[in-house]
Design a protein around this ligand. Structure first.
Ligand code: HSE
Length: 462
């Protein structure tokens, strides 16, 4: 390899000047040091450059058409770090990536939504053009998970990859539990800190975590899944009262997990909040930190009672870490030459495993009810679940202060007085998602049900 003094700089073009795009510019335009000295940024596309941080000093670099960046002959690598508001924008972003590949440029992206939706097409185009698409920044922010899975664990037999992959949700849940914040306050803070997507609905409804999980599932298990095809639950329904029930015996908390777990020839793939035991190490991952666990057949001998062999922890959201991951990919391309198709990095060949139908996923579940209090409710739920052969494990009912009940009536805009409502929790053991849904369908219309029951899995139990 040539020394850094003699090596030519690699020319890059940047699509996007939002939180991530601006952090990339900060690294490349500040005092050159380390890897950044190898990279020359020639053009930046953003729809409205005026007012952007670096526009005043580097106006000539800014373009209002993506094609000006992609087609610039000095640009060898195109970085795509655009944020979408509407799903329709994703098709335009895909077209930018395809155009770059057609023009013989490699692509580095932090845009998991585009890869999750159009990955197959994009890799076919990369193969045709003989160029690379790198996407380390798409999953886990600055955590080098794609490289770890595809290179360090290349000979592993993947059993599970799971963890906390959305910093915004983790920040909101941590702030609700430990900071005493409401859901709305915590979400606003996550946006101010630059963790949230351009449209934060993608964070809280689980679709950002889903896009990341689809990439992880593709790398680890060769699964080619389209967004919307897996079981996905957001965190919008979680209320402070759920943390009280979780902590009932000081035993658990609530975390949003993305999970891909092999069961024979099929893989359980879902995104959901889960009730997580306090002694699970993921329970201590707070704020925007992400943590991704990996279990492999060859390493599993030393696992003991734990649910994985490796845990990669790091900043999962925010401009700085994501920009570091993007530029790490650029630097890797620059060192090895940006050319040469390397294929999608699968540990298991596509077509070997299938996705387990969500209705068949089996486990223990937490269901939180808010009812208009009267005699016979628990009996009615118990009898109905019993008729459907759904096994109730426990019933938890805490004492609730007037203040807590008021907060619930306000959150759910209930017309009942705080003294008339009653929250309680039922847990199920050894139930399938299908049984769970059938049981809830059968009581949904009861006059005592004030709020759609909130349910999610209890992690690590069957
Ligand atoms: N909105 C994402 C998150 C950013 O909160 O994790 C990183 O992909």
């Amino acid at each position: 390899m040539a020394s850094s003094k003699t090596r030519q700089k690699v020319g890059v073009g940047l699509l996007g000047s939002g939180v991530v795009g601006e952090a990339i510019q900060d690294i490349l335009f500040h005092e050159p040091r380390g890897a950044a000295t190898e990279i020359e940024l020639h053009k930046i596309y953003t729809r409205n450059p005026t007012g952007k941080k670096w526009h005043a000093r580097r106006a000539a670099l800014f373009a209002t058409k993506a094609e000006e960046v992609i087609d610039d002959p000095r640009v060898e690598i195109v970085i795509e770090s655009l944020g979408h508001q509407e799903p329709t924008e994703l098709a335009a972003f895909r077209d930018y990536i395809l155009r770059a590949l057609e023009k013989g440029k490699s692509v580095v992206t932090s845009d998991k939504a585009v890869l999750a939706r159009y990955g197959k097409e994009i890799w076919a185009a990369a193969e045709k053009s003989g160029r690379q698409v790198r996407f380390e920044a798409c999953v886990g922010g600055g955590i080098p998970i794609i490289r770890s899975l595809s290179e360090s664990f290349a000979v592993e037999e993947p059993e599970a990859v799971f963890g906390i992959v959305n910093g915004t949700c983790n920040y909101i849940l941590s702030q609700m539990e430990k900071g005493g914040k409401t859901y709305g306050e915590a979400l606003k803070e996550a946006q101010q800190r630059g963790y949230a997507e351009t449209n934060p609905a993608a964070d809280v409804d689980g679709s950002d975590a889903e896009a990341k999980l689809l990439l992880l599932s593709r790398v680890a298990f060769g699964l080619e899944i389209q967004p919307g095809a897996i079981w996905r639950k957001g965190i919008e329904q979680i209320h402070a009262v759920d943390f009280r029930y979780a902590a009932r015996t000081g035993a658990s908390t609530i975390k949003q997990l993305a999970v891909a777990k092999r069961n024979g020839a099929s893989v359980e793939v879902f995104v959901s909040p889960v009730l997580l035991a306090r002694d699970n190490l993921l329970a201590d991952i707070d704020g925007a930190t992400n943590a991704i666990c990996f279990a492999g057949g060859r390493s599993g001998g030393a696992r003991g009672g734990r649910d994985c062999d490796y845990v990669l922890v790091g900043p999962g959201a925010g401009g700085g870490p994501t920009a570091v991951a993007v530029l790490g990919d650029v630097y890797e391309l620059a060192r090895g030459g940006p050319n040469g198709f390397r294929g999608f990095p699968n540990l298991v060949a596509p077509g070997t495993l299938s996705v387990q139908p969500e209705d068949e996923i089996k486990g223990s579940f937490y269901i939180r009810f808010i009812v208009k209090d009267r005699a016979g409710i628990v009996g009615d739920i118990g009898q109905t679940f019993g008729r459907l052969h759904v096994n109730i494990s426990e019933i938890w009912q805490l004492k609730h202060s007037e203040e807590e009940r008021r907060s619930l009536t306000q959150s759910y805009s209930l017309k009942e007085k705080p003294s008339e409502i009653l929250p309680f929790v039922i847990t199920l053991e050894n139930a399938t998602v299908r049984q769970m849904r059938e049981a809830l369908d059968s009581i949904r219309d009861r006059d005592y049900i004030l709020v759609e029951p909130v349910w999610f899995p209890i992690w690590g139990t069957k």
